[in-house]
Design a protein. Structure first.
Length: 168
């Protein structure tokens, strides 16, 4: 495929009753860091930040500085999307050959916590197949960016990590 999809899930383990009121924080930058040279330092960033009822996206672009501090790369604005409401039809937007989504989704993490505790306690030797999805019914706030691979450099190997950074 010609595209890469990045998904950043925040505010995990939201109950269905808490999900409707959950919101992205306007003072928190969501940043996908991309190392395309193998040195474990971000060469490109994709950033998302909420303003009003929209999520705005910047990059992929070389950051002004690497590491724990970031500047919103406003000169690399790529698009925005209205934040989808809980229980509503998902809203996506496509701009600059990129597709964006922001809003609540079902938590994709599957973990059998009870069986894990049994293994730690010595009363079980492994997981069951199928196991019990302890986190079934919980939700997250997802930020999803689909990007043409051609925008990420020519390396066949990418190191990727995501961060949330609070405004100071």
């Amino acid at each position: 495929t010609a595209n890469m999809v990045f998904v950043v899930n925040t505010q995990g383990l939201l109950s269905p009753t808490a999900t409707a009121a959950a919101t992205f924080n306007e003072n928190v930058l969501i940043e996908v860091n991309i190392d395309n040279t193998g040195d474990n330092v971000e060469d490109l960033v994709i950033q998302a930040i909420k303003r009003g009822n929209k999520m705005y996206f910047f990059g992929p672009v070389a950051p002004e500085k690497t590491g724990a501090m970031s500047t919103v790369m406003t000169g690399a604005a790529k698009g925005s999307v209205e934040i989808s409401g809980y229980g509503k039809t998902p809203i996506t937007a496509t701009e600059n050959n990129m597709t964006f989504f922001a809003g609540p989704r079902d938590d994709p993490f599957f973990f059998d916590l009870g069986q894990f505790k049994s293994i730690l306690g010595g009363t079980a030797t492994g997981f069951n197949n199928p196991g019990t999805d302890t986190f079934a019914g919980t939700n997250v706030l997802s930020t999803i960016i689909e990007v043409p691979k051609s925008m990420l450099g020519t390396s066949t190997t990418l190191n990727v990590w995501a961060e949330t950074k609070k405004k100071k």
